[in-house]
Design a protein around this ligand. Structure first.
Ligand code: KG4
Ligand code: ZN
Length: 345
């Protein structure tokens, strides 16, 4: 594929509606993300039906907007890439159907992108990190829906080394934040509260610390937060101390799991972190410590590319198109789509 070729990417798997146009050299011509926070916050979580309708309302306009900003007509594109799973089926149908429609109308190749692959390949986007990352690398995917250690060995070649046995780490942040009386989504609010607390005053468990392998388990920690709150007088100081202890426990456990995952992938060139929880400074600092111990770079994309976005979808589409990997217009979106099930290059 010509380095100047442009690809349109669409993301609609959860509660972010996003579109972007990228060139094959990685330059971002236009990007737009619309968060549905306001629509879902009265319910304290993402409501699938509301999400699907919101994608339907907003995605066509975002596509027109990024195409205009990129200064391109549809016929100028080299392809259309849309997230086709895993995620909420309503949103996946909206985004992938719109992508297929554009591809069909303009005779363009279509790429059905695995959302996890898009997170995984963000680290190879030129210009995102100072040093381009080479395969294989260890990816820690830490979001509201996913909590995995993945060996990224090439485009389409992934090995899951560990995963959560219960909640995703972002879910643990959100549920603990709710217990602490913070608004949804709780991660950023809990981080702010934790900054004012003393992590040493309230002992909380450190699930699976030191255990073989690199699986995770967060639901016990959330329950421990509930018990600690019930035992306390519930003052602002108590809440801040519990938030700080929760975040410290997550950071220590993530560092431990990352060490185990690195032992399972000795050839790794970097420790890469992605997903909304990668925005957390305590988590980043703990993982930076592990990377430094091993003499590896810690690669953390800027926050806007760690959380859900369409730049990563367009980039995954470019990587696949480069290898001649396209999908038929009959490709069915998949609510569940493990990375190991990918077509490899
Ligand atoms: O990757 P993401 O935008 O969406 C998916 O879940 O796919 O991640 C959202 C998650 C939420 O659980 C949110 O609370 C968490 O990331 N999060 C954070 C922070 N910012 C977002 N968790 C801890 N600290 C943060 N600063
Ligand atoms: Zn995501």
């Amino acid at each position: 594929m010509d380095q100047g070729a442009a690809v349109l990417g669409l993301e609609s798997s959860c509660d972010e509606t996003a579109a972007a146009v990228l060139r094959a050299d990685g330059s971002i011509l236009a990007e737009a993300v619309l968060s549905q926070l306001a629509e879902h916050s009265p319910y304290g979580g993402v409501v699938p039906e509301i999400a699907a309708r919101a994608h339907l309302d907003h995605l066509p306009r975002l596509v027109a907007q990024v195409m205009a900003e990129a200064g391109l007509a549809y016929r100028d594109l080299a392809g259309v890439a849309a997230t086709a799973g895993p995620g909420l089926i309503g949103g996946l149908i909206v985004g992938s159907s719109l992508g297929k429609g554009i591809a069909l109308a303009h005779g363009l190749p279509f790429v059905a992108v695995n959302h996890l692959e898009a997170h995984a390949l963000t680290a190879t986007l030129p210009g995102i990190v100072a040093e381009p990352v080479a395969f294989p690398y260890l990816l820690l995917l830490l979001s509201g829906g996913h909590c995995q250690c993945v060996a990224v060995e090439g485009v389409g070649r992934y090995r899951r080394l560990g995963t959560t046995l219960d909640d995703a780490v972002g879910e643990a942040f959100d549920k603990s934040a709710k217990l602490l009386g913070l608004p949804w989504p709780g991660g950023p609010a809990l981080e702010r509260l934790a900054a004012t607390g003393d992590a040493a005053r309230v002992p909380l468990p450190r699930p699976l610390l030191g255990r073989a392998g690199c699986d995770f388990s967060w639901s016990g920690l959330k329950t421990a937060v509930a018990h600690a709150l019930a035992r306390s007088a519930g003052t602002d100081r108590d809440r801040a101390d519990i938030a700080a202890a929760f975040q410290a426990s997550v950071a220590v456990v993530l560092a431990d799991r990352a060490r185990h995952a690195l032992d399972m992938l000795p050839a790794t060139t970097a420790l890469v972190v992605a997903g909304g929880v990668a925005a957390n400074q305590g988590v980043r600092a703990a993982l930076a410590g592990v990377a430094a111990e091993r003499g590896l770079p810690l690669v953390a994309p800027p926050v806007r590319l760690c959380t859900d976005n369409a730049v990563m979808v367009a980039w995954a589409g470019i990587e696949r198109l480069r290898l001649g990997l396209t999908d038929a217009l009959g490709h069915a979106p998949r609510p569940r789509w493990p990375l190991e099930g990918m077509a490899a290059a």
